[in-house]
Design a protein around this ligand. Structure first.
Ligand SMILES: Cc1cc2nc3c(=O)[nH]c(=O)nc-3n(C[C@H](O)[C@H](O)[C@H](O)COP(=O)(O)OP(=O)(O)OC[C@H]3O[C@@H](n4cnc5c(N)ncnc54)[C@H](O)[C@@H]3O)c2cc1C
Length: 476
């Protein structure tokens, strides 16, 4: 039986704890978390946070002989963004490549892209080499213009990505892209980028848990770090039923970092700020529905309309889609945003306008999750104060691949080894803090408002305009 939880997500009676937090968490089935920490202990490296960043850092630290490695997670592995993400493994850096190039110049933007491309390949290789159960496939990404007036902008983006060195991009004119979608004339032109894989992020992060454990990492779930402070020779972290003294600490708490307490926790209060994204999946489509819409390649689709359309097929025959337009930025102190029914309905409506043949399709689940936003748009990977503390964060909506590679970079940092990875320009770069409240929220709100107005203006007269009849140009 399906019911709506307090936050509005669809939850299923008798389903696993946290099932309402994402489709992946609901769909995972039975999961046995590790015991919480119920004693005091000492270790060489303590990692806080059981997402991809924390587990990868712990796994790489354990593999590289950094001594005894312990990881604590406040809820269950995959509770945060890693268990709620879309699962797109792509070489995207920070908030967006165009803004990074404009702000940081060509050389740094190219180095960032190279790091992210390496991260994508590393994810793929690790899954294959370690036999991770991540449901990985590699169908690529189509950036699509759903309106003739958007083609010019898409061409400019395509040219910029080519100039940037994105390998094997291909431009698809209307007829070619329409042929890939059963003649659907809503697809006006596309840029096909083969550099994207899709996976189930929750299965991926829980496979990483097994990998880390097999390398000797001790993992405690339902163990929140309550109070963090520096002590002579290391750090001290208090949890509800035990404490950890460690020589080195890796903080991988992503969008929750501003909530950390104690003198050390408070140092991190303004380094990042949560920004929300929403996700949804439809019910399973029938084989007939799939054949009516084409999409045999099974690629991800991103429209040129920022904030609105990101979609891909799931392994089990649904369409997953993501948006940040509705409820895309947090209210004061809100960490578990109510899932936006209005946003889910509007996004489903857009999906049906793109694919009028799916007019009867229903939503199965929708949810919200937190990305970690940085004031200067750049992800963080740095020691704080001295080399006892390493902080990873601020990947915006593109941290799945990068966080895995960050783990290797962190291991080099822990072992004081200079490498190509530690030479990457974001490593040990001083994060620019967000302004204090309420100015951070006012600034974010203003920026959001501008982006939304731009998106609304561009929708006028397109298939997404409420004033237009639907289904323009659909095949048949
Ligand atoms: C809806 C959505 C869609 C996204 N889609 C994509 C995508 O398609 N591709 C992509 O690359 N990226 C995507 N992202 C971003 C990506 O999910 C993140 O960048 C990535 O998962 C970050 O991993 P992490 O380990 O840093 O953080 P998280 O996965 O958030 O892990 C942090 C962990 O720390 C724990 N924690 C917090 N406080 C404490 C404490 N005090 N003590 C102990 N533990 C604590 C949390 O419970 C959490 O499990 C998406 C994000 C969202 C929200």
């Amino acid at each position: 039986m399906r019911s709506m939880g307090a936050s509005g997500e669809a939850a299923v009676a008798g389903s696993p704890p946290h099932a309402g937090k994402s489709f992946w968490l609901q769909d995972y089935g039975a999961y046995q978390p590790n015991a919480d920490l119920a004693r005091d202990l000492y270790c060489d490296v303590l990692v806080i946070g059981g997402g991809i960043a924390g587990l990868s850092a712990a796994w790489h630290a354990a593999k590289s002989s950094s001594g005894r490695v312990v990881l604590i997670e406040s809820e269950v592995i995959g509770f945060g963004a890693s268990g709620r993400a879309a699962g797109w493994i792509m070489p995207q850096f920070g908030m967006d490549q165009v803004a990074i190039r404009k702000t940081y110049g060509d050389e740094r933007a190219k180095a960032a892209f190279a790091y992210c491309l390496r991260a994508m390949n590393y994810t793929r290789e690790t899954i294959a080499a370690q036999g991770l159960d991540s449901d990985y496939r590699h169908p690529g990404l189509m950036r699509v213009a759903f309106d003739d007036r958007w083609i010019g902008e898409l061409e400019a983006l395509h040219a910029m990505l080519e100039d940037f060195g994105v390998p094997d991009l291909r431009w698809l004119e209307g007829a070619e892209v329409q042929a890939a979608f059963a003649g659907n004339r809503n697809f006006r032109a596309a840029s096909l980028d083969p550099n994207l894989g899709l996976l189930n992020p929750l299965k991926h992060v829980r496979s990483l848990k097994k990998l880390a454990a097999s390398a000797g990492v001790e993992i405690f779930e339902n163990t929140p770090a309550l109070h963090l402070e520096r002590r002579t020779g290391g750090v001290h972290v208090a949890t509800p039923r035990g404490s950890v003294r460690a020589s080195k600490l890796v903080v991988a708490t992503n969008a929750f970092t501003h909530l950390l307490e104690g003198p050390l926790g408070r140092e991190m209060r303004h380094l990042q700020s949560p920004v929300f994204a929403r996700g949804a999946v439809t019910e399973r489509l029938s084989p007939q529905q799939w054949s009516e819409i084409g999409w045999e390649r099974g690629n991800a689709i991103e429209s040129t309309l920022d904030l609105f359309h990101y979609m891909a097929p799931t392994r089990d025959g649904r369409i997953q889609f993501y948006w940040i337009y509705h409820g895309g930025h947090s209210r004061f102190g809100e960490m578990e945003p109510a899932a936006s029914a209005e946003g889910a309905a509007a996004s489903l409506d857009h999906l049906k306008r793109i694919f009028p043949r799916l007019r009867g399709v229903r939503l199965a689940h929708h949810w919200g999750g937190h990305m970690s936003g940085t004031c200067d748009l750049v992800p963080h990977l740095t020691t704080l104060g001295d080399d006892r503390v390493i902080y990873i964060g601020g990947c915006w909506g593109h941290g799945l691949a990068m966080s895995l590679l960050h783990g290797q970079t962190v291991a080099d940092m822990l072992n004081d080894t200079r490498s190509e990875l530690t030479d990457f320009w974001i490593v040990n770069r001083k994060p620019k803090p967000w302004p204090v409240r309420p100015f951070d929220h006012l600034g974010k709100g203003f920026h959001w408002h501008r982006l939304k107005r731009k998106a609304l203006r561009r929708m006028a007269g397109s298939i997404f305009d409420d004033a237009r009849p639907r289904g323009r140009g659909e095949q048949g």
